[in-house]
Design a protein around this ligand. Structure first.
Ligand code: COI
Length: 354
């Protein structure tokens, strides 16, 4: 997978913003590094990728992204180890997934050699923005937008593939409580739920605001047909621990094939933690909470890593989860971080040296 070389146009920023950045008090996704990658699709081909100073774009107001939401994105992270080496975590998964998302939104696939050579160069140019230490990372946001002007409802003929980077610490500050959705849905059969389509996220904002008003930070979406099955949280895939057994919903055309999710599934096997990948009934989880068998719920995602859920709400009732010394969430998080920060053996070949 290595040896991605391709021609890049590089223009360096005249002045760095790094001195003005307070790395001890970062709000997720608010500060961006000095450079970005931009690559245009015109005349049926992706052009030479450019690395240039981070800054605003100029787009025609009729660009299709504004009207029809033809846009997809990815979330990845770079980590710095004790010896200043930079690592990505399973970037091949993100590369494949952005092209799967693009295909569903009728966006042309992006070439692998452009993706990796531009990403590596960008990370090398902005390497000082990646801070050492568990919890510090550089969040990487590749995305594609339809830039062709004109409001006819048809796929664009022009696109921009971009990568922007933001120094990151925790995604959620404080404890997370979730509401199980009774009415709203995130995705439907045959739809775009499996894709990281921008509109999937916009559609969650309104019901999530309602959940926030009721004292929750996130919603766990249930299936659109019956609302009887728990699917994913939108920013995270979800795992339930009932007794010693872990349960997570299978991926489908409604559920994102999360990279952290699949890594946890592999680690569960390594740790001999019993795991069932199957549909999870709301009723089963409520019954387990009432009987005391529900030990943990946690979310997995690139931005959030492994996020314990402290409690949840459903049908007007609130449930709290116990605080465990030996939580699975902690075991998985410790192991994943050790792999990501090059502090342990990488037996699955998940680390990618930049
Ligand atoms: C990620 O975890 O990288 C995501 O894309 C979720 C996003 C809402 C922050």
């Amino acid at each position: 997978m290595k040896n991605h070389t391709s021609t890049l146009d590089i223009v360096k920023a005249s002045k760095s913003k790094i001195e003005d950045t307070d790395f001890e008090n970062l709000t997720f996704g608010k500060v961006f590094t000095d450079h970005m990658m931009e690559c245009d699709y015109v005349d049926g081909a992706w052009q030479t990728p450019k690395i240039k100073p981070y800054g605003p774009l100029q787009l025609d107001p009729s660009a299709k992204v504004f009207h029809y939401g033809q846009a997809v994105f990815e979330g990845m992270k770079a980590f710095k180890d004790k010896d200043d080496h930079i690592w990505l975590f399973r970037p091949d998964e993100n590369f494949r997934r952005i092209n799967r998302s693009s295909e569903r939104l009728a966006i042309p696939a992006f070439p692998e050699e452009y993706f990796f050579s531009a990403l590596e160069e960008l990370l090398k140019i902005d390497k000082d923005w990646i801070k050492k230490g568990f919890g510090n990372s550089l969040y990487i946001r590749p995305f594609v937008i339809a830039t062709e002007e004109g409001v006819s409802a048809a796929p664009a003929k022009k696109y921009k593939f971009m990568i922007i980077c933001s120094p990151a610490q925790a995604y959620y500050s404080g404890e997370v409580r979730v509401q199980f959705s009774e009415k709203y849905s995130r995705a439907a059969d045959g739809g775009v739920g499996f894709a990281k389509a921008a509109g999937n996220y916009a559609a969650q904002f309104y019901p999530t605001n309602l959940a926030k008003d009721a004292g929750f930070q996130q919603v766990i979406w249930t299936d659109a047909n019956t609302h009887e099955y728990l699917e994913e949280a939108g920013t995270m895939n979800i795992f339930f621990r009932v007794g010693d057994k872990l349960i997570t919903a299978p991926t489908s055309d409604r559920i994102l094939d999360g990279v952290t999710r699949k890594s946890v599934i592999t680690l569960a096997e390594e740790f001999n933690i019993p795991l069932e990948v199957r549909r999870v009934k709301v009723k089963e989880i409520i019954d387990a909470a009432k009987s005391g068998e529900l030990k943990e719920i946690f979310g997995t995602g690139t931005a959030t890593v492994i996020n314990p859920i402290r409690g949840f709400g459903y049908a007007g009732e609130k449930y709290e989860l116990p605080k465990l010394e030996d939580s699975y969430a902690k075991v998985f998080k410790d192991k994943l971080m050790k792999i990501q920060y090059n502090e342990t053996e990488d037996k699955y070949g998940w680390r990618y040296a930049v």
